[in-house]
Design a protein around this ligand. Structure first.
Ligand SMILES: [Cu+2]
Length: 671
């Protein structure tokens, strides 16, 4: 692999040097952000952490029944589990000092929406109803009640993937078929395509992906977690199967969804659609509660940490000290990066999370005493929407304001059947020789638009035709000197081959003890600024792989960064997207459409949909949408009067979890 790297380097490219380092600070012409925004004050760590409910399956298939012909591989993976969910508007309590007054959008009365517990070998069908109010009746005035839901990192057919123009309006539904099988690979003996265990995923999330309105709709609250289990990561810490890893499970497997939010004086979500560089908030929320506390028992927990912010990057530390000046950091045991369990657990002093990135960590609270408190805190300085400054926060008041969550250790040490295994699965193999093409994607800012290869998003233009079951090498390059882009591509994640020309080898990150310590790793990549301070170049990407492994679905491109990856696209045909996951950039056109096409139909460069599909049927998307064809008998189009009454408080007999967050929905871990 190493020898191939030199041929992939972009000849003549100059890596960031002293001259460019100074531009890590945005120039004076940077558009104003919400850095000076002041949300109404709250008392931090007053409210308990909210834990989104686990989605409960329906008793059976929905009515009208799903239409198998609309889905690829439906017959091969017929749904065994059905969910019906409803997107609605309601009021949410971000903090008890605010009250349940903030209008949000969510799923089944929750924001974040319910957490799916899916299993490999159990295909699912999620019927999603859009029951959001029309624009003229909505209290969330900035978002668009026209929705499409992407399962981030899902190995999912195009028609279920939440393609940006596959939106539905109020009263309509869309069926998402989640087959829950790992990507296939060719059996080395027979050549037959078989699901590859090494392709299994663990921590995914879902979120709205509406063309041009993703930032608004996600900010409004249309997102949640999607966890995948199997016989090894079984979700049962008491699993008697000797092959099971027995990671902390049940109430000890906790999603922590990070989001910064700005509130106006009426305690409503503040959103500025004219802010094209990015959206920053001054209130830090975990699971949509401002700076909560979480009572923990003296044992191990698995935390699924997700950056669901529109534009903010996080670097998360665990601090035993209440005083920022007396930092006493505790290392995390990192078991995953994005959706993947890593080959083995590693210790990390901090967690670097670009937008949409995930990391699973194990924290063992048995080594602390009852009455101890630990702070989960973000130390990354970011005062512009388009990317972090490259510095850590140093001001104690700022550090306190950037604290995310306080863990309160309670009780005696308890029995802990959970384990941290020595190893997980190995990564899927990288066969460079099998790569059929190389493509370069340049991220830039042209003529007031965020662009990829100089082009704004056009759903009628296909910018890559990828042959099904093939592999390619892609290079993501940030041509900007002041902004960062967390780049995400759908359907297939990748294995990172090189960062800024430096080959990234799995053992370099995961096994070689010489770079297990952060200080050793930084020595390679730290450069000294002329003011005498050290800056970690491209810290986004370089520390990202280190603490999260090389198998990722988001590549953080810092200023002038370049990341080269290997990827494969088996199993599904049709349109998908590559985009910046600073969702403000995505909405301002930093996205391209690529299609998986039949063997022999692949191509370089951009072609029109008509040109590509003129002679072949467009998989699924060319057919009438389910929403146009059918509505559930008896279901009514949206009635604003009913919804407003509903939104004012739980309706007696309402089977939904509740339109306002009631005290029973608040869980502090232990009551
Ligand atoms: Cu971007």
């Amino acid at each position: 692999m190493q020898s191939s790297m030199s041929s992939m380097s972009s000849g003549g490219r100059v890596w960031p040097n002293q001259e460019s380092i100074r531009y890590l600070c945005p120039p004076d012409d940077g558009a104003p952000d919400m850095a000076g925004w002041q949300s109404p004050p709250v008392t931090p760590f007053k409210d308990p952490l909210y834990i989104p409910p686990v989605a409960r399956p329906d008793a059976g298939a929905p009515t009208p029944p799903p239409e198998p012909d609309r889905h690829q591989l439906y017959q091969e993976y017929p749904p065994a589990v059905f969910h019906t969910v409803r997107e609605r508007e309601f009021q949410w309590q971000f903090h008890s000092d605010y009250g349940a007054v903030t209008w949000v959008w969510g799923i089944d009365g929750a924001s974040p929406g319910p957490t799916y517990h899916a299993r490999y070998g159990e295909p699912m069908l999620v019927r999603r109803y859009n029951e959001l109010p029309p624009v003229e009746y909505a209290n969330v005035g900035f978002a668009l009640p026209s929705t499409t839901t992407h399962l981030h990192n899902g190995h999912v057919a195009s028609e279920s993937d939440g393609f940006p123009t596959d939106w539905i309006g109020g009263g309509e539904f869309w069926d998402h078929h989640y087959p829950n099988f790992p990507a296939t690979n060719a059996d080395p003996m027979t050549g037959a395509r078989v699901p590859d265990e090494r392709e299994k995923l663990t921590t995914l999330w879902y979120h709205d992906h509406r063309m041009d309105s993703t930032a608004a709709n996600v900010y409004a609250g249309l997102f949640g977690m999607f966890l995948l289990f199997d016989e090894r990561d079984s979700g049962d810490e008491n699993d008697p199967d000797p092959a099971a890893w027995r990671l902390p499970s049940g109430e000890f497997d906790v999603p922590l969804i990070l989001q910064d939010i700005a509130f106006d004086s009426d305690r409503q979500l503040a959103f500025d659609g004219f802010m094209t560089h990015g959206l920053l908030g001054d209130r830090f929320t975990v699971n949509r509660i401002i700076q909560p506390h979480f009572k923990v028992k003296r044992r191990k927990y698995r935390f699924r940490i997700l950056n669901a912010a529109p534009s903010r990057f996080f670097e998360v530390f665990l601090n035993r000290s209440e005083e920022p000046a007396d930092d006493d950091f505790v290392r995390f045991v990192v078991v995953s990066g994005d959706g993947n369990l890593n080959p083995e657990p590693v210790e990390a002093p901090s967690l670097y999370l670009g937008v949409a990135q995930r990391v699973d960590v194990i924290i063992d609270f048995s080594k602390f005493s009852s009455g101890d408190s630990l702070y989960l805190e973000n130390r990354l300085d970011q005062y512009e929407g388009h990317g972090p400054s490259g510095r850590h926060l140093t001001d104690p008041d700022q550090i306190r304001a950037h604290r995310l969550l306080r863990f309160d250790v309670v009780g005696d040490e308890v029995d802990d059947p959970s384990r941290i295994p020595d190893f997980f699965r190995q990564y899927p193999p990288v066969d460079i020789a099998s790569a059929k093409r190389e493509r370069i994607w340049r991220f830039d800012y042209d003529g007031g638009l965020w662009t990829i290869n100089g082009m704004p998003m056009d759903a009628d233009r296909i910018d890559a035709g990828i042959e099904i079951d093939s592999a390619e090498i892609w290079t993501y390059r940030n041509d900007g000197i002041t902004w960062s882009h967390p780049v995400h591509s759908h359907l297939s994640e990748w294995l990172v081959l090189a960062v800024n020309g430096v080959p990234m080898l799995p053992d370099m990150v995961q096994i070689n003890p010489a770079v297990r310590d952060l200080s050793d790793f930084q020595r390679v990549f730290t450069k000294t600024h002329s003011d005498g301070r050290d800056y970690v170049m491209g810290s986004n990407v370089l520390r990202g792989p280190w603490c999260g492994g090389l198998r990722r679905d988001v590549a953080n491109l810092g200023p002038l960064d370049e990341v080269t990856v290997f990827s494969r696209w088996p199993d599904f045909l049709g349109p998908y997207v590559l985009h910046c996951h600073n969702i403000v950039h995505e909405d301002r056109s930093m996205m391209i459409r690529w299609d998986v096409v039949p063997a022999g139909a692949d191509f370089d460069g951009s072609r029109s949909v008509e040109d590509v599909y003129g002679t072949m049927p467009l998989p699924m998307h060319g057919e009438p949408r389910p929403s146009q064809a059918t509505m559930q008998p008896g279901s009514q189009p949206f009635n604003p009067g009913v919804s407003r009454a509903r939104a004012g408080g739980p309706t007696p007999g309402d089977s939904q979890p509740g339109s306002t967050m009631s005290s029973t929905m608040m869980q502090g871990g232990m009551s």
